[in-house]
Structure formats: C-alpha cells, structure tokens
Write a protein that binds this ligand. Structure first.
Ligand code: DGL
Length: 270
C-alpha cells in the first residue's frame, strides 16, 4: 500500500480457503460500498495442521499480494492464521489497518445459561497462545468443551455442506457436548458457518450458535471510520482469487453479488 491510502481503494480479505467468504458475506451486507479483493489459499489448505512459522510465512505472502492490488486495509478472515500471524503482520505493515479473528469465547461465556460452551475450531487455533489467553480472560468461570473437528474443513472445501458424511462427523462431535449440557456453540473457524444449518439441526432451536463474522465486519467499519477510509461509493469490480481453481468462488459470488460486479481468478503465490 502506498503511504496515502484512499477511501476508494479496496479492502483485502484472506483465508486458507473458502471459509473467509463467510466474512465477505457479512462485510458486503454491512458495507456494500466497499470494493473487496479476496484471496483463498486453496492450494495450501488446511492451515489448521501447519506450524505457526509456516502460517506466518503464507499470511505475509498473501498480505503482500493484497497490498500490491492496492488494498487500504486487510482482514485476516481466518482464526487459524490470526493466532500466529496477526501481530507479525501488524509489525511488518504498521501503517496498514489489519483486522483479525479469534473464537468468540467472550460472547459465548456471556450467552450460556448452563455455564457450558462448545468451541468448534481447528487444532492450530485450539493450541495457540492467543486462544489460551482468551480462555484465561473470559472463560475461567465456565466449562468449555473443545473439538478440533478433524476433517470438517476439508469436507466444507469439497462443498459437502449437507452430505451424510458431514452430518455424521458433526453429530459425533456435537452429541457428547449436548449430552454434557452445552447450550452455546462458538464457530471458531470461518469455514463452519457454511454448515450452520446442519449444526442448527443437530443442536435444536434452544441452543445459541455464535458466528463472529458480523462482529468482524463491524470492527472493519470502526477501523475504516477512524482513518476516514470509508468508501463513499462502490467503484470497480470485486475480485476473488484462489491459489487453486475453486468453482465455489464463482457460485458464492454469483449468489451474493450482481452479475458483472466481480471477477474470479486463479493466482499462484510463491
Ligand atoms: N478458516 C480457517 C479458520 O478460520 C481454518 C481452515 C484451515 O484449517 O485451513 O480457522
């Protein structure tokens, strides 16, 4: 990004794959005048099983790419990447507003009536220092049941949002938590909102499901407002990139945006 960012510049958003599109959805609804450049690192997914060093390196590569596209702000739409990479990225690019994510443990602790919260996240997120700090700060008075949801991100990348296999996997994760009295589920990975209807069906109507994407969109809005960077009008086209051809980008964009207002491209990083 050049020293002087303009309000009409786009917002860059990235994730290891299609998960960050759940955040794109929230941003488009809250800030429809912002032009977005999305990058999904579909060639290197999942991040949840990779080392913090590797995730930092990948996140820096993607951030550089997004800044080269002229982005005025960056949203790390990935809990797994935010944990090891957020402060690193902020140190590398101190002039760029960078929004990160973390599992919504605080809202979860506020919402539960049984005092039992289920956190669904990746192994990388659950093992991170950032998550440990959240637990100490906000969850010492409640019981948190966690699961690294092994294989769920991969199924979602394959667009298995409703398949019997995905349902069986989610049931095996959630049933023991529900039997234990969990009344609140925190979606601690941006992929999981794509299976929220399935999670709702398994959990029933009485259980709270917390998707942090709207809160991330509001945080982006605050950051842009503070810097006078809110776009006054949508100019140009949204751009969606993936590091491996990923048909769902097109499906998603077509469902959310008007024809002719976006492009979908394949781009390898090295
Ligand atoms: N979507 C990512 C997150 O929010 C994780 C997916 C992965 O393991 O790559 O944590």
């Amino acid at each position: 990004m050049s020293a002087a960012a303009n309000a009409s510049d786009p917002v860059g958003i990235f994730d290891s794959g299609i998960g960050g599109l759940s955040v794109v959805d929230a941003i488009v609804h809250l800030l429809p005048k912002e032009r977005l450049v999305y990058f999904g690192d579909t060639a290197r997914i999942p991040y949840g099983t990779k080392s913090p060093d590797t995730i930092r390196e990948y996140s820096a590569q993607i951030t550089r790419f997004l800044l080269d596209q002229g982005c005025k702000a960056i949203v790390v739409a990935c809990n797994t990447a935010s944990a090891p990479a957020l402060s690193y990225l902020r140190a590398q690019w101190p002039e760029v507003p960078i929004v990160g994510m973390e599992p919504a443990v605080k809202p979860g602790a506020q919402a539960t009536k049984t005092g039992k919260v289920g956190v669904l996240a990746t192994r990388g997120t659950l093992q991170s220092e950032r998550y440990a700090t959240l637990m100490t700060r906000f969850a010492s008075h409640i019981q948190v049941l966690e699961d690294p949801c092994i294989g769920l991100v991969e199924r979602i990348e394959q667009e298995q949002f409703e398949s019997p296999e995905t349902e069986a996997l989610l049931r095996s994760i959630m049933q023991p938590m529900l039997e234990n009295g969990v009344d609140t589920f925190v979606l601690g990975c941006t992929h999981y909102p794509f299976v929220e209807p399935l999670i709702r069906r398994i959990a029933g109507d009485q259980v709270a499901i917390i998707n942090p994407a709207p809160a991330v969109a509001r945080q982006l809005e605050r950051m842009l407002q503070e810097r006078n960077l809110i776009s006054p009008a949508l100019e140009g086209k949204h751009a969606f990139y993936a590091s491996k051809p990923t048909p769902f980008l097109e499906t998603f964009a077509a469902g959310l945006l008007s024809p002719g207002t976006y492009t979908v491209q394949y781009h390898t990083l090295s």
